[in-house]
Design a protein around this ligand. Structure first.
Ligand code: FES
Length: 183
């Protein structure tokens, strides 16, 4: 899956064991997006020339040179990531921060908004924060992911009993309001 955080394109993938990885979305060979690639077991292969990268990001196979052991310098950019309460968290820089607890909530929908994360937070009367707890009856919570200066993605979670369609419609409505579209 492609992702974008603070202007950085990310390829997020899950190996056969279930382990999640977040890498820079650029193949070290000729720059193809790794998010277009395909997962084989615990490796990610680039769709262009098939260079294959192991779970640590190192290239372990070059189809055009099957007998070559690729040098260790050929390596995808890797980032720390963790999965907690059904949300995948990616850190572009080293951090000791723990993932916020979202226990009891379930993911409903992710929506890109044409507005900075600060603008979305301020729309809900909150300071910008990775997590906006909105205090609604359905316990709607938004995990805000800044994409760049003018866009962010809002990942909506809610109580497991909430109607997913209602929460999804609510989020669409909020997006239209924030973007200044007719509601
Ligand atoms: S660009 Fe990825 S293998 Fe060539």
């Amino acid at each position: 899956m492609p992702g974008r955080i603070d202007g950085q394109d990310i390829a997020i993938w899950r190996g056969a064991s279930g382990q999640v990885h977040a890498w820079g979305d650029r193949c070290p060979h000729r720059g193809m997006r790794l998010s277009h690639g395909f997962v084989r077991g615990e490796t990610l292969a680039c769709i262009y020339h098939g260079w294959q990268y192991d779970a640590d990001g190192g290239c372990d196979h070059i189809p055009a040179h099957p007998n070559l052991v690729p040098p260790k310098t050929i390596c995808a950019t890797t980032y720390s990531c963790a999965e907690s309460d059904d949300v995948i968290w990616v850190a572009l820089r080293p951090t000791d921060e723990k993932c916020p607890s979202l226990a009891g909530l379930r993911g409903v929908r992710s929506l890109t908004i044409d507005a900075a994360a600060e603008q979305v937070a301020s729309h809900f009367g909150q300071a910008v924060n990775a997590i906006l707890r909105l205090g609604t009856a359905d316990n709607i919570t938004l995990a805000l992911q800044p994409m760049d200066a003018d866009h962010c993605t809002a990942h909506a979670l809610s109580d497991a009993r909430a109607d997913r369609t209602d929460v999804s419609r609510w989020l669409e409505h909020q997006r239209r309001v924030i973007e200044g579209q007719p509601a």
